[in-house]
Write a new protein. Structure first.
Length: 143
């Protein structure tokens, strides 16, 4: 049974689900920072996924990256799977801007996380509802 790592639960807000992955928003308003987690139990490395799931993960990652790049008018996207702190396989898709607090360095450890306000979260949800229109189920939706 798939269970989300407690650290991801603690540090993120659930947005919803693609066919394979749970989509999370890192609770750090310094960057639009999204995380895709394949809903498969006990997977820590990409090669542990079945080949069809590997392809699905890349398709969902690429689709999300393209939507985020366009929606946020990104200067650059950082996409990667590290897993040094949270071993559960997850893919980071981080929207970067030349004027963000860490540019041009990596985001990790550069600036303390700044949690979203309720208003900021609402704006992110609204933006995501505008761009994630097919094959995605938002958290709390019954459809």
């Amino acid at each position: 049974m798939f269970v989300l790592d407690p650290r991801l639960v603690q540090d993120t807000v659930a947005i919803g689900d693609f066919p394979l992955c749970r989509l999370l928003l890192s609770n750090d308003s310094n960057y639009p920072w999204f995380i895709l987690v394949p809903r498969r139990p006990d997977i820590i490395e990409l090669f542990q996924l079945e080949p069809a799931d590997q392809l699905q993960l890349w398709q969902e990652t690429n689709a999300l990256a393209q939507l985020l790049s366009q929606s946020f008018n990104a200067d650059k996207l950082n996409v990667g799977a590290l897993g040094n702190v949270v071993s559960q396989l997850h893919m980071h898709v981080i929207v970067r801007f030349r004027n963000d607090v860490a540019w041009p360095a990596p985001v990790w450890g550069k600036s303390p996380a700044k949690p979203y306000t309720g208003e900021e979260l609402s704006a992110i949800y609204t933006r995501m509802r505008e761009v994630l229109t097919s094959g995605f189920r938002f958290e709390g939706d019954q459809t």
